[in-house]
Design a protein around this ligand. Structure first.
Ligand SMILES: Nc1ncnc2c1ncn2[C@@H]1O[C@H](COP(=O)(O)OP(=O)(O)OP(=O)(O)O)[C@@H](O)[C@H]1O
Ligand SMILES: [Mg+2]
Length: 234
């Protein structure tokens, strides 16, 4: 696959929520093209539609209008079953609220996507341990979420998102509960993985430092997504 292959191609995506009071137009004709290995941050005020866009890009919600191609597939052509399999194989999620399963350990939570896809146990455990090491939790493998801090849970969720080596990782406020040092490490984990494994990251965040560390930085305001052109500092 060429380095500049488009992994995400969203064209004129609009989203209107119908509420009992009135229609809420959240996203207006959003265009987003992301190549393999690119890291993209999207910022915007609370309620502007970052999670909405993330859920649409992750095929968890459908746009009111527009077309979405992920890894060359027009997701509108997939029925619910094929979409669920496609999502598990191609997309890793870090949700705003980390959604770990409370009765399972950190390692078991990370292994969950592999279990769904029937990945062999030995290599899966090795990868799960490796990923937890990468996010700095080598000594917390067998702790349950209730025995971990908020930031540690978020890091488990990041390791889980990477388990299947998805082409696309969509992260919603991944540094929300992290202190600046850990947030800084997260930025390196993301950029290293993008460089080493060619993973594509789209990160919705309020964290200006994390956004500054990503390759591209877009901003949503009044439903419109616009990208800043990065100044090249010599
Ligand atoms: N299912 C829904 N039905 C109606 N309105 C919704 C629905 N989901 C979200 N909204 C509205 O859409 C807007 C965008 O929500 P969204 O969660 O995408 O914002 P956000 O940018 O992620 O905010 P935050 O930074 O606080 O996480 C909000 O005003 C919210 O109230
Ligand atoms: Mg949100």
């Amino acid at each position: 696959m060429a380095h500049d292959t488009l992994v995400i191609e969203a064209t004129r995506i609009s989203k209107t929520y119908q509420t009992s009071a009135h229609d809420l137009e959240i996203l207006r004709q959003v265009d987003l093209q992301v190549s393999r290995g690119q890291t993209v941050a999207i910022t915007g005020a609370s309620g502007v539609g970052k999670s909405t866009l993330l859920h649409i890009l992750g095929t968890l919600d459908r746009a009111t209008e527009g077309r979405l191609m992920i890894a060359g597939v027009d997701v509108a052509t997939l029925d619910e079953d094929r979409l669920a399999t496609f999502r598990n194989e191609h997309i890793g999620f870090v949700f705003q609220h980390h959604n770990l399963l409370p009765e399972f350990t950190a390692l078991e939570n990370v292994l969950m996507p592999g279990l769904i896809a029937s990945v062999a146990e030995g290599p899966a455990v090795e990868r799960g341990e490796h990923l937890l090491e990468r996010v700095g939790l080598a000594d917390r493998l067998h702790h349950r979420p209730g025995e971990l801090s908020g930031g540690e849970c978020q890091r488990v969720a990041i390791a889980r998102a990477l388990m299947m080596s998805p082409q696309v990782v969509l992260a919603d406020e991944p540094s929300g509960n992290l202190d600046p040092g850990t947030s800084e490490r997260l930025h390196h984990v993301i950029t290293d993985l993008a460089a080493a494994e060619g993973q594509t990251f789209v990160v919705m965040t309020h964290d200006r430092d994390l956004a500054a560390g990503m390759g591209r930085h877009g901003h949503i305001e009044a439903g419109i997504l616009q990208f800043e052109s990065k100044e090249i500092v010599c």
